[in-house]
Design a protein around this ligand. Structure first.
Ligand code: NCD
Length: 320
């Protein structure tokens, strides 16, 4: 039986998910937070299943988090780190998908530097696919773990005022977060230098600020983004020093937010570029480590649901 609330075979993005589906994924994830804090952390719900982590981009925390999630369910995990050659990316991707598909994995977790590449791959395989981040498009499990962190701390998402600050232009984390937060009834502000604001911003339903003090005023959540130097062709910021001065989160800028505002960052952090260590490590306000912790629970929920949905899929595609 597919999951009655989330009957999908893949999780490719937050786009198109309903509030009921998002709540369901968060509720299932909540269930695994307690298990992860217990001494005995395993279930056997994916025993005998194979999860493949297929990463065309470097990753430490996301890959480890998926690996741990799969292992805690008793699944076999294979990690494949593929260097993507800029010349024959499309071809490499499809070839790899076909090869892996022949080995009958149950779920593929895929990260790729190109937006849309994970969807392309999902169309070629007959197992479940989770988008572990595609270019600057989506990173759905990050948005879900961010939402879980907020919901557990604030008791809700609806009505909260969330500021997403920094390199919005290159950030799949920001995009998946806008989609999720707006779907769940939160208000979203983006705060960034003009050069790092996406051109389609007017159609996103977010408020835009280019000044940290104004944008952070009275927010409940301050979500910082990494400056993604590897995605910048050309110069988007004048210098690290100047960026930190205007857009880096420090104690003085944080003072504009609500006194109980939470500080978040998807990691890895560039300390001294987008965030000061003083606030990043503030145990009262920063939930950055909790985000990492809850990421495992979110991935346990997703892998379990997709593995079960794919067994139930009536018409599995013929082998490629
Ligand atoms: C994010 C990513 O890769 O998109 N990190 C992550 O998943 N832990 C954010 C980033 O790289 O800045």
């Amino acid at each position: 039986m597919p999951d009655p609330v989330f009957p999908h075979r893949h999780l490719l993005g937050i786009e198109g998910l309903s509030p009921a589906e998002i709540n369901h994924l968060l509720d299932r994830s909540d269930h695994y937070v307690a298990l992860n804090r217990a001494a005995e952390k395993t279930t056997d719900s994916l025993r005998g299943r194979t999860i493949v982590n297929l990463f065309f981009e470097n990753s430490t925390r996301t890959r480890t988090s998926f690996e741990l999630a799969a292992k805690r369910h008793g699944a076999h995990v294979i990690n494949m780190q593929v260097e993507s050659s800029s010349v024959a990316k499309g071809e490499t991707l499809i070839d790899t998908a076909v090869t892996l598909n022949a080995m009958h994995p149950d779920v593929l977790v895929v990260r790729h530097p190109d937006s849309g590449a994970v969807k392309l791959l999902a169309d070629k395989v007959n197992c479940g696919v989770v988008n572990g981040g595609d270019g600057s498009h989506e990173h759905p499990t990050q948005a879900l773990l961010d939402a879980l962190t907020i919901r557990r701390r604030k008791g809700k998402l609806n009505g909260l005022l969330v500021a997403i600050c920094g390199d919005v232009l290159h950030s799949r984390v920001a995009r998946s977060n806008f989609l999720l937060l707006l779907t769940m009834g939160a208000r979203v502000r983006i705060i960034a230098p003009r050069t790092l604001i996406p051109s389609q911003v007017d159609r996103m339903g977010v408020e835009v600020f280019t000044d940290m003090a104004a944008g952070l005023k009275d927010v409940d959540i301050v979500m910082m983004l990494r400056v993604q130097n590897e995605r910048m062709r050309g110069s988007y910021i004048p210098s690290v020093r100047e960026y930190f001065h205007f857009f880096g989160l420090d104690r003085a800028k944080l003072a504009q937010a609500k006194p109980d505002a939470l500080i978040m960052h998807p990691g890895p952090m560039n300390r001294g570029t987008e965030i000061d260590s003083d606030v990043a490590d503030d145990v009262e306000r920063s939930v950055i480590r909790e985000q990492v912790e809850l990421g495992v629970a979110v991935r346990m929920a997703i892998l379990e649901i997709l593995a079960l949905n794919n067994v139930a899929a009536p018409a599995r595609k013929a082998a490629l």
